[in-house]
Design a protein around this ligand. Structure first.
Ligand code: NAD
Ligand code: DAU
Length: 356
């Protein structure tokens, strides 16, 4: 197979590309604009493969997309490129509208034009896999409910509203034009190569630097955490096995309060990085409650029974083993972190947390 993967230099996209190159014989074309969140170093383990190809392209650039489809002739598209950080969507929603909505529209149109020219057999086998988030379902505050594939959409942030819009576009292209799509909505991922603006890597990096560990509000918000390599396996199963038009929720059966996640990281660091920065007695002493995120959803939780039943996917990593692997990876890969902590990253941290 030839798979065109958008956003393959990002956190989840790079895990997907590594998975496909390392565990299958397929070819991958990684189409990525390389925003602040894209980093080709995350692909250094597979970049030498002759089955791996890269194009630095903006998914909003229709002419460039048409050329890529013409040259690469993909059998499937896995669409992960997006602006993905909720806090950034609050302070600057424009790029989220641009990439997540307009970019998805341009990619759908480029795909549709290409797909229309395929033979009937190839048309049937083709898939457009849209990778989305559980945040489109909104907040589960005050209930024990889980998100089902049929849960109505109720996004809260500019990020989740833009992802919800893109999900609607993808389903409309299926219903109206017959484009063979599949959609997945996943919970919070964590693991290696995670950009340190998101909770888990930010806490690890700040703790190692002896900086405050910022917890929004009272820290009682709940997220369902899934190890990124489990997500990559699920996505590969869906793109190769799911029936046209299906939606799958993907999750880790692993609800955690933010404050418990932060404390668990501190405990692991006590064991794995006992030589603390000057003046730090216990990593947990660095925990600092800060102003809450506007519109903050209190709880997300996924019912992932459909993907288990239909495709036999279940997560392999427990939160305990996955978090340990993650902390160990950051301790062993400080070079990767240093390279992405460019001026842009410093500007964001200063603006968001008002630090020096
Ligand atoms: P990320 O921010 O780490 O990576 C996004 C990638 O997209 C980067 O490589 C970036 O350079 C690229 N990109 C951004 N704008 C682009 C554009 N206009 N054209 C081409 N490339 C562009 O994101 P992630 O955390 O890896 O998330 C990937 C996808 O999975 C997103 O669609 C996100 O909504 C979804 N998702 C993420 C999570 C999570 O926990 N991180 C959970 C569920 C779903
Ligand atoms: O649910 C899936 C979503 O998970 C994805 O669609 C998003 O792309 C991804 O970024 C993630 O969104 P969250 O907003 O849940 O992730 P984040 O790591 O930013 O925050 C996790 C929780 O931790 C959230 O409740 C906010 C809180 N938080 C976050 C940061 C950055 C803090 O308390 N302090 C912080 O400094």
């Amino acid at each position: 197979m030839k798979l065109l993967v958008t956003g393959g230099a990002g956190f989840i996209g790079s895990a997907v590309v590594r998975h496909i190159i390392q565990h299958t014989n397929h070819h991958v074309l990684n189409v990525d604009k390389l925003t602040y969140a894209g980093n080709l170093e995350s692909l250094s383990s597979i970049e030498q493969s002759e089955r791996y190809h890269f194009s630095q392209t903006d998914i909003c650039d229709r002419a460039a997309l048409d050329q890529l489809f013409k040259d690469f002739q993909p059998d499937a598209v896995m669409h992960l490129a997006a602006e993905s950080h909720v806090d950034r969507s609050i302070s600057g929603p424009a790029t989220f509208i641009e990439t997540n909505i307009i970019g998805t529209y341009q990619l759908l149109e480029a795909t549709r034009q290409y797909w229309n020219m395929l033979s009937e057999e190839k048309k049937q086998a083709f898939r457009f896999h849209h990778i989305s988030t559980d945040e489109v379902y909104g907040d589960l505050e005050g209930t024990d409910d889980l998100f089902l594939e049929t849960t109505p959409y109720a996004p809260s942030s500019p990020y989740s509203a833009s992802k919800a819009s893109s999900d609607h576009l993808v389903r409309a292209w299926n219903r109206t034009y017959g484009l063979p799509v599949v959609v997945t909505n996943c919970s919070n991922n964590y693991g290696p190569y995670h950009f340190p603006e998101k909770l888990i890597p930010l806490i690890i990096q700040n703790a190692l630097a002896g900086k405050a560990l910022p917890v929004y509000g009272n820290g009682h918000q709940i997220r369902d955490w899934l190890f990124v390599e489990d997500h990559a396996r699920a996505l590969y199963k869906v793109v190769t096995e799911a029936r046209i038009g299906e939606t799958y929720n993907i999750g880790g059966h692993n609800e955690q309060k933010n404050i418990d996640v932060v404390k668990a990281i501190c405990e692991l660091l006590e064991e794995l990085a006992p030589n603390k920065p000057k003046g730090v007695q216990n990593y947990q002493d660095l925990i600092t409650y800060v102003k809450d995120r506007p519109g903050h959803d209190l709880r997300y939780a996924i019912d992932a029974s459909k993907i288990k039943q239909d495709l036999g996917w279940v997560p392999q990593e427990s939160f305990e083993t996955g978090l340990r692997k993650t902390v160990e990876w950051y301790l062993n890969n400080q070079g990767w972190v240093e390279h992405i902590q460019s001026g842009e990253y410093q500007n964001w941290i200063q603006q968001q947390y008002q630090t020096e």
